[in-house]
Design a protein. Structure first.
Length: 235
C-alpha cells in the first residue's frame, strides 16, 4: 500500500523542488570554486593538506545551506496539498494516515540524501579541477556531507510538522530561515543546542557524536510528529 502512495507522491513533486535539491549543494561548491579562483595562491598556502582544507571551507557553508534546503523542500512539498485543498480528500482514503505521512517523509529524506551525494561528488570534482590529484579523503568527505545531514535530522521533522499542520507556510518558512541564519552564527553556543550540531563542533573528524545527537532527537521528533498528525485533522 505504501508503495502506491509513494508513486503518487512522486508524481506530485514539482520541478522547483528538484531544483532546490540540486542547486543547494552545487551552490555551496560553486562558492568555493569562486573563492579558490580569486585567492588560489593564498588558500593553497594555508595548509599542506589541500584536500582537507577544501573540505573544511565547503563545510563552513553546508550546514546553513542544508537547513535552508530542508525548510524549502518540506514547505514546497507540503504546500502542494494545501494549495489544491486536497488534504481532506487524501486523509479520507481507505489507508492509514500514518502511511500518508510516512510516504512524504521518505521522499523528503531521499531528496536530502541526493543533495548530500551531490555535495560529495561536487567536492571531489572541484578538488580534481583545482589539481589536487590523488589522496582524495573519501571518509572525511562522507562525514562532511552526511554527518551534517544526520545532525540536522531534527529540523526535518520540525519543519515537516509545521508545513503540514499549518496551511500558511509563512510560519514554517520564517522559523526555517531563522534557523538557517542562526546555525551560521551558533559557534559560541553550548554543544547541547541543536542549531550547533550541524557544525559538527567545527571538527568534522570528531563529528560523529553530533550526528548521533541529531539522529536521536530526530527519532523522538519523528515519533511525536507522526503521532500528532495521525490523530489530528489537518487545518
Amino acid at each position: 500500500m505504501i508503495l502506491n502512495i509513494l508513486r503518487t507522491d512522486l508524481l506530485k513533486v514539482k520541478k522547483a523542488i528538484w531544483l532546490i535539491v540540486i542547486l543547494g549543494p552545487v551552490g555551496v561548491v560553486a562558492m568555493q570554486a569562486a573563492n579558490y579562483a580569486m585567492r588560489f595562491d593564498y588558500l593553497i598556502s594555508q595548509s599542506s593538506d589541500k584536500w582537507n582544507f577544501l573540505i573544511k571551507n565547503i563545510h563552513n557553508f553546508w550546514p546553513s545551506a542544508l537547513v535552508l534546503g530542508i525548510t524549502l523542500i518540506t514547505s514546497l512539498f507540503a504546500s502542494i496539498e494545501h494549495q489544491t485543498n486536497s488534504w481532506k480528500k487524501i486523509l479520507s482514503l481507505p489507508v492509514k494516515k500514518i502511511h500518508i505521512y510516512h510516504s512524504k517523509l521518505i521522499i523528503i529524506i531521499c531528496m536530502l540524501i541526493v543533495s548530500a551525494l551531490i555535495l560529495f561528488g561536487g567536492t571531489f570534482l572541484l578538488g580534481v579541477f583545482l589539481g589536487f590529484g590523488g589522496g582524495f579523503p573519501l571518509y572525511s568527505t562522507f562525514k562532511m556531507s552526511f554527518y551534517t545531514l544526520f545532525a540536522a535530522t531534527p529540523f526535518i521533522f520540525l519543519q515537516f510538522w509545521l508545513s503540514v499542520n499549518y496551511a500558511n507556510q509563512g510560519i514554517a518558512l520564517t522559523l526555517g530561515i531563522a534557523s538557517s541564519v542562526f546555525t551560521m552564527y551558533s559557534y559560541g553556543l553550548p554543544n547541547w543546542f541543536p542549531w550547533r550540531w550541524p557544525l559538527l563542533s567545527e571538527n568534522i573528524d570528531r563529528g560523529m557524536i553530533f550526528a548521533l545527537y541529531g539522529l536521536g532527537l530526530g527519532l523522538l521528533l519523528c515519533i511525536s510528529c507522526l503521532f500528532y498528525l495521525s490523530r489530528k485533522d489537518v487545518n
